[in-house]
Design a protein around this ligand. Structure first.
Ligand code: GDL
Length: 455
């Protein structure tokens, strides 16, 4: 099995949504250098030249900006990888498209980029009739084009190529997205020196195991590079992830050719996530404790959260970050808080004890006050990144506080609770929530219609 010399560890700017700024990228490179991460992949889905306008080379000014980023990476010992996603409308057999690809990638090589990625994720998985006449599968067409590019571009200088398959997680393979036997064809036909990306059992994988990767390695005939979407939040505007890098044993590292993290779209919220990711990269199976790495990351983050108001308390920061933890779980303090209110609500208010009421109210008020406090941070880009989510959390907490206070008052027994601040159509109103109210997602992944009300 061919092995590429450098194990890639780092960050992919590979999400949908607004691109990071130059200043944010430079801040990232500084942190990466401190944390020992060696790779940055430039692949923002919404850079128009990355996907939609993939045929067009960058105008001079934008090329110069990219050139500067490459130099900044080099100065810190970080590899800059450029990713191109031509799959939306490419004709794999077209010599014009092939020449356009060569021109695009040559421009990046001329700017000093020596590792390039061809991404075929999130694209139509059928071939145009002319391509279908030449290749009997999408995988064969993509491999043939990628191998050809490797050969041609190698003439301009040494080059490493990475390839993102159309089915890039196990669930997609099972659904035969990309066609039957897609990965087997890639394993056989893609040049052995070309690396292959993989996101795990799912697009957003809760857990990635050594056994899963070993089975995949057999098929791909090479170790994959993990494109890890654990912290990606582009698929849900209400979420942000601060939790520890969990569900991946450090033993996984020896099974892959690299691990690259595609994090939250909002740059300023990624400090703690990338901090724990970097700790994981340095850890051993014996000493890896995700929760401890997380608490450590929050401790390091705290001095950066200077406030124009009251200073932020470390325990409150933990409770807040626990409530925006990981895709599949809340942090323990947020989970306990949720259980406390869920238990109260599932019992008749006449059975509520003072203790239970007070312990819920004090935690709720603590979290609610933190929502106010976090809006006073001096870093206004962090405020901008968090503000909508924090507002929403605060709104729900205030509603629950009012509800519990109302029901806990014996005089109110038997009457219905209303809030002047939460009125029909305004509170939880709008078109998207109305659409969300049509189908219920069950715990087993199936959907059932919900009886409708007026929009
Ligand atoms: C994806 C996209 C990625 C996106 C992520 C989370 C890959 C290979 N592609 O499917 O750009 O950020 O999901 O929504 O992961």
């Amino acid at each position: 099995m061919p092995s590429n010399p450098l194990f890639l560890s780092g960050v992919i700017e590979g999400f949908y949504g607004p691109l990071w700024t130059r200043t944010q990228r430079l801040e990232l490179f500084d942190s990466m250098q401190r944390w020992g991460l060696n790779t940055y992949v430039y692949g923002p889905k919404d850079d128009l030249h990355h996907r939609l306008l993939w045929r067009e080379t960058y105008p001079d000014a934008e090329a110069a900006d990219l050139g500067e980023l490459i130099t900044e990476c080099q100065a810190r010992g970080i590899q800059f990888l450029y990713a191109l996603g031509p799959g939306l409308d490419i004709r794999y057999g077209s010599s014009i498209d092939c020449a356009a690809l060569e021109a695009r990638l040559s421009q990046l090589m001329d700017l000093g980029c020596r590792t390039l990625c061809l991404l075929f994720d999130d694209i139509p998985d059928t071939l145009h009739s002319e391509d279908a006449a030449r290749w009997d599968s999408l995988a064969a067409a993509q491999c043939s084009l990628t191998n050809h590019l490797l050969q041609t571009l190698n003439q301009r200088g040494p080059l490493r190529l990475l390839f993102c398959p159309t089915p890039y997680c196990h669930r997609m393979v099972q659904a035969e997205h990309g066609g039957k036997g897609y990965l087997e064809i890639v394993g056989r036909q893609l040049h052995p020196s070309i690396d292959v990306f993989w996101t795990g059992p799912e697009i957003i994988s809760e857990e990635i195991t050594v056994e899963q990767i070993q089975a995949l390695t057999q098929i791909l005939q090479r170790k994959p590079i993990l494109w890890d979407n654990l912290y990606a939040n582009d698929y849900d505007g209400r979420r942000v992830f601060f939790g520890p890098y969990a569900g991946r044993s450090p033993e996984l590292r020896s099974q892959v050719a690299g691990v690259l993290c595609n994090p939250n779209t909002e740059f300023p919220v990624n400090y703690a996530p990338l901090h724990t990711f970097a700790s994981w990269l340095r850890s051993t199976p014996q000493n890896w404790e995700p929760r401890l790495a997380y608490l450590d990351a929050l401790r390091d983050w705290l001095p950066r959260l200077a406030s124009a108001g009251k200073s932020i308390s470390p325990v409150d920061l933990v409770l807040f970050c626990d409530s925006f933890y990981l895709p599949y779980s809340q942090g323990p303090t947020a989970a306990r808080f949720y259980d406390s209110i869920a238990t109260l609500l599932s019992n008749d208010p006449s059975t509520w004890t003072e203790d239970k009421i007070n312990s819920f109210l004090s935690e709720a008020q603590r979290l609610r006050n933190f929502c106010v406090q976090i809006s006073e941070v001096e870093d206004r880009t962090l405020f901008a990144a968090l503000s909508r989510r924090v507002w929403e959390l605060r709104e729900e907490l205030e509603l629950l506080i009012r509800y519990v206070q109302f029901q806990a008052t014996p005089l109110h027994r038997g009457s219905r609770f209303r809030s002047d601040f939460h009125q029909p159509k305004v509170y939880r109103g709008g078109f998207v929530p109305a659409l969300q109210g049509l189908l219920r997602l069950e715990a087993d992944g199936s959907f059932t219609p919900i009886p409708t009300s007026e929009v």
